[in-house]
Design a protein around this ligand. Sequence first.
Ligand SMILES: [Mg+2]
Length: 129
Amino acid sequence: MTPSFSKLPEVYQNVIKFNSDRGWHPTSHDTASSVVIEAAELLELFQWQTGREKIDNKDPEVMHHLTQEIGDVMIYLFDLCELLNIDFVDAVDQKMRHNAEKYPVNKAKTDTHNEFYYSQKKKYREEKK
Ligand SMILES: [Mg+2]
C-alpha cells in the first residue's frame, strides 16, 4: 500500500492545531511518555498467539484497532517533533543515511545468522560511550 503522502502536510497541521485549539500545552516529557504508552497499546494487539494470528489473517476488528494505535503513535510523534522543533522528515532521512552506512546491503544480505548485525550494534554502542 502506498501511503497518502499528499495528505501529510494537512494531517500534520491538524495534529498540531488539535492541542492548541483546546488550549492544551503538554510537556515534551508527557508527550514522549505518550509515544511509549501508545506503542505499548500497539504491541498489546500482537500479544499471545491469538493476537498474532488475527493480524496475520487481517481480522477486520483487530486491523481497525491496529490502525488506531498506529495513528496514536504517529500523532504523539508529530506533537513531540513540534514541541522540540525537530523536522521529522529530516530525522528519518538522517537516520536512514546512518543505517545505510551502518548496515551496507552487501554485508547485511549475506548475514544469515545476524553476526554482522550484532557486531555493528556492539560497535556503535561502544562508540557512544
Ligand atoms: Mg491508543
